[in-house]
Write a protein that binds this ligand. Structure first.
Ligand code: NAP
Length: 231
């Protein structure tokens, strides 16, 4: 196995933390990022207790200065990046598209869309330095245009934008060494998904880990359970 350098955002808990855990277990060099330094370092310690060593960099995906500091640190320490996993996300409120406020939409777009966009743009030069760069956007089936649901409009619209970015960036990077995909982890038992969710974090992390490590993957697609999903 070729050891990859893999960055995961919002990885102090939930699906992101489990993605880091599984990738570190496979022997990859994982960069765990979190917006709260103490929570991030506590996550690093939990992994260390399992014998897993990861590198920590603080990152609030809504802060451009932190994105640029992170880029510099990766450049200096590793010189390249193989995989960027845009996992950090928020889901606040339940207004539908008829009542959702601009403020709520802006808040969700800042974290769930502009974060992945700006981070991807900044890290593409480092992804280009690896044999095959991969950007993995953690989306949701709640953003499928083929199956529009109701409620949580700010969240779902931000993930529709993220899926649009996946398709567009993958086309714009056609012919380069970088592949861009979205995935739906399913309904997962995390602070966001709640205790009643149908999947464990182990199951929720699986498709992301597969997209990060599989020998061959396509680009510009949407996945669930390692299978292509209609947008
Ligand atoms: P979670 O347990 O609430 O974890 C979310 C993570 O994102 C936390 O580490 C949180 O940090 C971080 N985060 C939030 N805003 C951030 C910011 N501005 N900068 C950096 N990190 C930030 O949620 P989860 O269920 O693991 O969700 C992970 C991803 O899966 C999200 O993108 C979500 O939309 C997606 N997803 C989840 C489900 C589900 O059922 N759970 C279903 C479909 C898709 P703090 O701890 O500091 O808040």
């Amino acid at each position: 196995m070729k050891k990859k350098i893999i960055l995961v955002t919002g990885a102090n808990k939930g699906i992101g933390f489990e993605i880091v855990r599984q990738l570190a277990k496979q022997g990859h060099q994982v960069i765990l990022t979190a917006r709260d330094k103490n929570k991030g370092l506590a996550a690093v310690e939990r992994l260390a207790a399992e014998g897993l060593k990861v590198h920590f960099i603080p990152l609030d995906v809504t802060k451009e200065q932190e994105i640029s500091n992170l880029k510099e640190e990766i450049q200096e320490k590793f010189g390249r990046l193989n995989v960027l996993i845009n996992n950090a996300g928020i889901l606040i409120g339940n207004e539908n598209s008829v009542s959702v406020s601009k403020r709520s939409l802006q808040q969700h777009l800042d974290t769930n869309f502009f974060g992945p966009l700006l981070l991807s743009q900044q890290l593409i030069p480092l992804l280009q330095k690896s044999e095959e760069g991969r950007i993995i956007n953690i989306s949701t089936s709640m953003a499928r245009l083929s199956a529009p649901g109701s409620g949580t409009a700010a969240y779902r619209l931000s993930k529709v934008a993220l899926n649009g970015l996946t398709a567009m960036m993958s086309a714009d990077l056609a012919g380069s060494n970088i592949k861009v995909n979205s995935l739906d982890p399913g309904w997962v038992q995390t602070d966001m998904g709640g205790a009643g969710a149908s999947r464990s974090v182990t199951e929720g992390a699986d498709t992301a880990v597969w997209l990060a490590t599989a020998e061959k993957i396509p680009t510009g697609k949407f996945f669930r359970d390692r299978k292509e999903l209609e947008w």
